[in-house]
Design a protein around this ligand. Sequence first.
Ligand SMILES: *Cc1c(COP(=O)(O)O)cnc(C)c1O
Length: 239
Amino acid sequence: MNDPAAFASTSALAARFAEQRARLERAARAAGRAPESVRLLAVSKKHPAETIRAAYAIGQRDFGENYVQELVEKAEALRDLRDLRWHLIGHLQSNKAKSVAPFVHSVQSVGSVALVSELGKRVRTRRAVELGALDVLVEVNVGDESSKSGCSIASAREIVDAIDAEEGLRLRGLMTIPPAVDDASGSRPFFDELARLRDELGGAARLPELSMGMSHDADIAIAAGATCVRIGTALFGAR
Ligand SMILES: *Cc1c(COP(=O)(O)O)cnc(C)c1O
């Protein structure tokens, strides 16, 4: 790379990825789990496409975005990176499902049966051979907060069953964002609750993925069984 500033920022980014990967590996080993059982989803919302390109260049493939418009624009700008996988982790309105269903690898934020049917319908226009089924996770509002999207614990079963019934959707697991707490260990009961709900709904055979844990509480989530941690700030800096 000829531009010294760009090189400096790429090496800083590489250092942060290495640091976070080491952190996740430590947490997995401490929990008696295989490090490969935890995937790092790099949350790139509000950071430019060129930052994502730099993260791709150092080996990252899975990126999480929150906003449909932003995701569509970045996917367009980075369409030459054929094996980059996009994951929608923010609230999705049914009328926007058609914008993302054709190209995203997963939607982790499904919280209603209505959205399940809309995604099922829209996924039929997908580049089927290339991408296959759309991976779907049910977002559960474990803290029962009115400010958060996601379904209630009580309605998760109905949504999980609806996903199973949609041919183009592949049921993968559960996702949650726990209530904000002062100390990261305060997230633990909510992560445990998601794991308990997974067991109740058929266990890891039916729901292999538990997407939980962010920059401040990823270690706690891994101790509670997370298979996917969604990290933004610790990799890309403040937004
Ligand atoms: C923004 C966001 C993250 C990343 O949070 P950080 O604290 O920046 O690591 C993870 N998951 C969801 C759903 C988000 O919206």
